[in-house]
Ligand binder design. Structure first.
Ligand SMILES: Cc1cc2nc3c(=O)[nH]c(=O)nc-3n(C[C@H](O)[C@H](O)[C@H](O)COP(=O)(O)OP(=O)(O)OC[C@H]3O[C@@H](n4cnc5c(N)ncnc54)[C@H](O)[C@@H]3O)c2cc1C
Length: 284
């Protein structure tokens, strides 16, 4: 491992000042489950300074206001899994974190690290986009809020500027009549990275007609976003298996329109359609 300078700020202001002062060689360390892998590489662009933010208590915890849930970035996957607030108001996020890595990874890995690492297989991102999450980024010169759906430009690349720290993730509580699901498919049952995933939310009125539908596939499109073409097939109709099959097929078609046909398409085309159909059935 290449030697590096180690800093341990105790406040957001101190961390932002360090980021500004140390420039491009600096790297934030949260749980370290992605950063440590990187630090062990022998590449020239490996960080020369590590800013360990785990001592900043204001970046930990889950809070609620009247209709919003706020998750601070240092909250671990295990803490999210155990949160009654998340279980009640964002159950699909709870399902997603339950499947991340192993107990050891979930105990160390944070939601902030999962978002900022921006890997295509990041399991918290499809549910958060389906929930309409927004994130707050802070730097030494100010702060700004970005919709998570507009944060990623391609795998591992985001619109975050050098010097910006993720300080908050915020989303509206799911209404009590909404039903949600997260499904992921990996190469094995445990310690498995998503090959494909999907987050879905359905809401229906008293008569059973769908009034809202949200579908966000993971590890399928160049960046995560809701597939409105599939959602619109559902809204205004009573749910049926045929409708869910059609929505799954639509997501599959949209995926191929982005990726073209490649070696993995033979497998991914039917599988994403079935995952979407199953997620919608679970919501129903
Ligand atoms: C064996 C193994 C299995 C895994 N399985 C899964 C899985 O099933 N699903 C999945 O989604 N992921 C998985 N991961 C990836 C990883 O565990 C998660 O992405 C985790 O949430 C990363 O969080 P962290 O706190 O460890 O991030 P770190 O490694 O500390 O940081 C990750 C990145 O985010 C940046 N960062 C962290 N916090 C902030 C912040 N507040 N502001 C700005 N930048 C920040 C860091 O600089 C770094 O670039 C796995 C990893 C391993 C090693």
């Amino acid at each position: 491992m290449k030697p590096f300078e180690y800093y341990s700020p105790q406040s957001v202001a101190e961390a932002c000042a360090l980021l500004a002062q140390l420039g491009s060689g600096a790297k934030i360390l949260a749980g370290g489950t992605d950063v440590l892998v990187e630090l062990r590489k022998s590449a020239d662009d490996v960080a020369s300074s590590i800013i360990d933010i785990t001592g900043i208590s204001s970046l930990k915890g889950i809070e609620e206001s009247s209709n919003t849930i706020v998750i601070k970035p240092l909250t671990t996957h295990t803490e999210i899994l155990r949160s009654a607030l998340v279980g009640t108001y964002a159950p699909l996020l709870k399902t997603a974190v339950a499947g991340i890595g192993s107990p050891q990874i979930r105990n160390r890995g944070t939601i902030g690290g999962n978002i900022m690492n921006a890997a295509a297989c990041a399991d918290t991102v499809p549910p958060l986009i389906a929930l309409g999450a927004r994130i707050r980024l802070q730097s030494s010169t100010g702060d700004r809020t970005v919709a998570l759906s507009e944060f990623f430009t391609k795998p591992y690349i985001t619109v975050a500027q050098r010097g910006e720290l993720l300080v908050e993730i915020r989303f509206p509580k799911l209404p009590s009549d909404a039903r949600s699901s997260f499904m992921k498919l990996g190469r094995r049952n445990a310690l498995s990275i998503s090959r494909l995933s999907v987050a879905a939310i359905l809401t229906r009125d008293q008569s059973g007609v769908l009034t809202d539908a949200r579908i966000v596939p993971g590890a399928s499109l160049p960046t995560w976003h809701r597939v409105s073409e599939a959602e619109n097939l559902l809204i205004g109709h009573k749910p049926t298996r045929e409708l869910f099959v059609e929505a799954g097929k639509k997501v599959s078609d949209i995926m191929i329109s982005f990726t073209g046909r490649r070696w993995s398409t033979e497998y991914k085309e039917p599988v994403i359609a079935v995952l979407v159909r199953r997620a919608l059935e679970e919501c129903h």
